[in-house]
Design a protein around this ligand. Structure first.
Ligand code: OAD
Length: 235
């Protein structure tokens, strides 16, 4: 590990599964009983805003009942102790990495605890209910807030910063993601293109498993703390 200085870590729903947050692609193919296209597209919001707001209000309320697990905590420990550059890119819209204490963290698919005002374009911290059409905390306009979530067909956040980090990293690690959704699913190829070593940790092989130099299969709550101890041994 001596030649590793810069690390990019990508996480997906699998890292929060042991905290009790549902993954997106369960055996029934539904996300909390809904087809993804009925709740996670701009078209769905245009067609039935009340359904979409209720869905995300429920997900947001659920956050208050769950806690970071050993995998989130281990990554926060690594974040604090790592002497080189480290960027944690999460596809998750929960706040479990934040609550575990990760600082070099970027939510590429947005956050449940953020509201986007379609009247003034401001983003504001938000932990309430949107279905009741509260006013925007910044401009005061009622009924204009939408979940600050990147839906299918929308551009993920901070892609430029992510691409730069991928181009400079020596190690790319993917944890708890099915590798079904681009551009995140393509990060392993970008990192390899620039010469990084690549490692995946997942319950079962992801769709792009063959792209990784190494794959460790199992629960994130066990694999990630072991890996963090391993990598910190040589610091
Ligand atoms: P998925 O639900 O597609 O995949 C979760 C992955 O985690 C699967 O490969 C599981 O095998 C694995 N997994 C489950 N439990 C695990 C555990 N305890 N430890 C380790 N791995 C485990 O979720 P994502 O890949 O995150 O996008 O989905 C990507 C994106 O698709 C999401 O960010 C979301 C969704 O549509 C948007 O909302 C834009």
């Amino acid at each position: 590990m001596k030649d590793i200085r810069n690390i990019v870590i990508l996480t997906g729903a699998g890292i929060s599964a042991e905290s009790g947050v549902a993954t997106f692609r369960g055996p029934d193919g539904l996300w909390e009983g809904h087809r993804v296209e009925d709740v996670a597209t701009p078209e769905a919001f245009f067609r039935d805003p009340a359904l979409v707001q209720k869905f995300y209000d429920e997900r947001r309320a659920k956050l208050r009942t769950v806690h970071p697990n050993a995998a989130h905590q281990a990554l926060a420990k690594l974040d604090a102790a790592w002497p080189g550059d480290l960027l944690l890119v999460t596809q998750n819209v929960d706040d479990l990495h934040d609550r575990a204490g990760s600082k070099h963290l970027l939510h590429m698919h947005g956050e449940l605890n953020s509201a986007w005002c379609l009247a003034c374009d401001a983003r504001s911290p938000f932990d309430g209910v949107m279905a009741t059409e509260p006013p925007c905390p910044q401009c005061g306009q009622p009924g204009c807030l939408r979940p600050d979530i990147v839906w299918f067909g929308e551009m993920p956040y901070q892609m430029e910063r992510i691409e730069q980090a991928l181009a400079r990293c020596d190690l790319f690690v993917s944890i708890g993601t099915s590798g079904a959704v681009y551009p995140a699913a393509g990060f392993v190829q970008t990192a390899r293109h620039y010469g990084a070593r690549t490692l995946e940790m997942n319950l079962d092989p992801s769709e792009g498993s063959f792209h990784f130099h190494e794959s460790r299969m199992g629960r994130a709550g066990e694999l990630v703390p072991d890996w963090v101890e391993e990598i910190l041994q040589n610091v």
